[in-house]
Design a protein around this ligand. Structure first.
Ligand code: COA
Length: 166
């Protein structure tokens, strides 16, 4: 398996991966429409990554442009792995690639909403523990942040606009 940047031709397959990963019933998961909107608003080509196995896209993660006050900060997700490829390290490979790419871009903070049990392995901590306040106080410890090496940034995190429409 390799992790590489997304190419425009990958998009239908990316959306299919997100649909399969998040599907719970017959309804279209909200993460599909959200990702389509993020391609137009908040999109950073360096942080749109696919995991490819035998020429098939099996996982996807996107980091989009948010902010903390006047400072750029990255919102992580959706992160999705095809159900039949879950539990084999694909999500982990995508997350480490995203963190490395973000550091290379001199990004200072990554933030996300997700399971503390899963994301703590990558160094994420509850936002309140690292000085990054949640956009929604009801998210509690599920709102997490990772401060990168270029120096801490503190304040309230704001996602790219498409998240406001959820
Ligand atoms: C969450 C997800 C991206 C993880 O990707 P993956 O390739 O299956 O994960 P990895 O193989 O890298 O890691 C597997 C580990 O993560 C754990 N894990 C997977 N999903 C988890 C979750 N939702 N909460 C907590 N732990 C989780 C597994 O138990 C396993 O733990 P172990 O290493 O201690 O055995 C994938 O399961 C997925 O696409 N799920 C559906 C969509 C989703 O929930 N996305 C994340 C939104 S925050």
């Amino acid at each position: 398996m390799i992790v590489r940047r997304e190419r425009p031709a990958d998009r239908p397959e990316i959306l299919a991966v997100i649909r399969a990963a998040f599907r719970k019933d017959s309804e279209e998961p909200i993460e599909v429409g959200l990702t389509e909107k993020l391609f137009d608003d908040g999109y950073l080509p360096e942080l749109s990554l696919v995991a490819v196995s035998e020429e098939q896209i099996v996982g996807y993660v996107i980091g989009t442009l948010g902010c903390i006050g006047d400072t750029e900060a990255i919102g992580v997700g959706p992160l999705a792995v095809l159900p039949e490829f879950q539990g084999q390290g694909v999500g982990q490979a995508l997350m480490y690639a995203l963190i490395g790419a973000s550091e290379a871009l001199h990004e200072r903070v990554l933030a996300l909403l997700g399971s503390p049990e899963y994301y703590s392995r990558f160094g994420f901590r509850a936002g309140c523990e690292v000085g990054v306040d949640s956009p929604d106080s009801t998210w509690g410890r599920h709102f997490q942040a990772l401060q990168l090496t270029d120096g801490p940034v503190n304040g309230a995190f704001r996602y790219a606009k498409p998240f406001d429409d959820l």
